[in-house]
Design a protein around this ligand. Structure first.
Ligand code: GLU
Length: 428
């Protein structure tokens, strides 16, 4: 059922903040861009943004309207690339921020893409499978004027999965009159998906966390990990941390928070979440009733892997982690970045820490174009190499210039974006 409380985005102040966070990040990088800062305004202006009406017939015959978006923030380095999010709180300005972070992310790890993002303002848990399919197909039809394998390539994000991507690919293909697998990534394997894509974001979080841990002397065996979010990203990362001998001491999701000093059995927790829908009520750990207490759990590595702006001025001072590895997009505000820097908590930014998903999306897109598919070992090895090289390059810039890893990642990425902008010049 449609959510009667969901306001139109332009009346909902809750997510205007993510675009504001991004703009502050751009302000912080601008002094480091040298002559390219002449083009910096490019970073503040999305190239194009589309708002669409998505009307569908519900199973009971009534018609419901949902608001959808696709934003292409920048295409100087290649086609737009980024996921599609189904969430009741999605707004245009949030999608603008998420699209901009994709531009930075793709440039930071040197993928030949610009940045884009999409979303539909809907709580998909209230829809039947048939309603979800109709919503996805109508949304795909409405944004078909923007997307395409050489123009803009969607992928999964919060509350969208392989099945949603298969419906999007099929809808676009029906419009084209030919099967176009490369129009979306994160598809099921039988319709042009890639091995390793499902686990890629969580794997990337782990790979980057391991690289950062080595730099600051955290030994992974025995290290305490706290994770917010137990979906595709948080759940996948938790499994790899546990396999490396870490203790996953706390997990929080939309339903609750659980804690176990000796380490949670991650496979048992995953089975509980699959059955119960949330970590709440997991018998193998102690419940923490006040969600705010999650942030002060002592740990070596804190992984926010849920939504934006979870770590702000109000809770950054309470964090008792040695480093934060951002599985989510935009989980830390600039005010919190400053507090954490002053407290010597290393923040490994989203644009590198969660880039594993889009990196394997890139592999999927390349495989679709060549119709030649790689082994999972090849994919995982290439993923690890791209991410550790990107991390090392950003670490070096941060050390040389005495700036945070986030500003360093923005220096590397925005330099690449604006070099492309300058080389291409203005049209006409
Ligand atoms: N939604 C993911 C992200 O935020 C993946 C995007 C993609 O694969 O294009 O990075």
């Amino acid at each position: 059922m449609p959510d009667p409380d969901a306001l139109p985005s332009y009346l909902d102040p809750r997510h205007l903040g993510s675009w504001g966070v991004y703009l502050q990040q751009v302000e912080r990088v601008t002094p480091y861009l040298g002559g390219l800062s002449r083009w910096a305004e490019t970073l503040r202006r999305p190239k194009r943004a589309l708002i669409v009406d998505v009307p569908i017939a519900l199973d009971d015959g009534t018609i419901a309207h949902f608001e959808g978006y696709r934003v292409q923030h920048n295409t100087s380095r290649g086609p737009g690339k980024g996921g599609v999010r189904f969430h009741r709180d999605v707004t245009l300005s949030e999608v603008m921020a998420l699209a901009a972070w994709m531009s930075v992310k793709n440039a930071a790890v040197k993928l030949p893409f610009g940045g884009a993002k999409g979303g539909v303002r809907v709580d998909p848990r209230g829809l039947s499978r048939a309603e979800l399919e109709r919503l996805t197909r109508r949304y795909a039809s409405e944004i078909a004027i923007l997307i395409g394998p050489t123009k803009d390539i969607p992928a999964p994000d919060v509350n969208t999965d392989e099945q949603v991507m298969a419906w999007m690919m099929d809808t676009y293909s029906m419009h084209e009159g030919a099967t176009v697998t490369g129009v979306v990534t994160g598809k099921p394997i039988p319709v042009g998906g890639s091995l390793g894509r499902r686990d890629a974001t969580g794997r990337g979080v782990f790979v980057v966390a391991a690289a950062a841990a080595a730099r600051i002397g955290i030994a992974l065996p025995g290290a305490a990990i706290a994770i917010q979010g137990f979906g595709n990203v948080g759940g996948g990362a938790a499994r790899l941390f546990a396999a490396a001998g870490c203790r996953v001491v706390a997990v929080q999701d939309h339903g609750g928070t659980v804690h176990r000093e000796a380490g949670i059995d991650v496979a048992a927790l995953a089975a509980h979440v699959a059955a119960a829908g949330s970590v709440r009520g997991f018998p193998g750990a102690t419940a923490i009733d006040d969600p705010a207490r999650f942030w002060s759990v002592p740990c070596d590595i804190l992984v926010p892997a849920a939504l934006e702006r979870q770590i702000g001025a109000a809770n950054a001072g309470a964090i008792r982690a040695r480093m934060i590895v951002e599985g989510a997009n935009g989980p830390t505000t600039p005010e919190a970045d400053d507090i954490l820097r002053d407290r010597d908590v290393l923040v490994v930014p989203d644009v590198i820490a969660n880039a594993g998903g889009v990196t394997v999306s890139y592999f999927e897109w390349v495989q679709d174009f060549s119709s030649f598919f790689w082994t999972e070992d090849e994919i995982n090895a290439r993923l690890a190499r791209i991410l550790t090289d990107a991390f090392d390059a950003i670490w070096q810039v941060a050390t040389e210039r005495r700036i945070t890893l986030r500003t360093a990642a923005f220096v590397v990425a925005c330099t690449r974006i604006l070099q492309a902008r300058e080389l291409r010049g203005l049209y006409p």
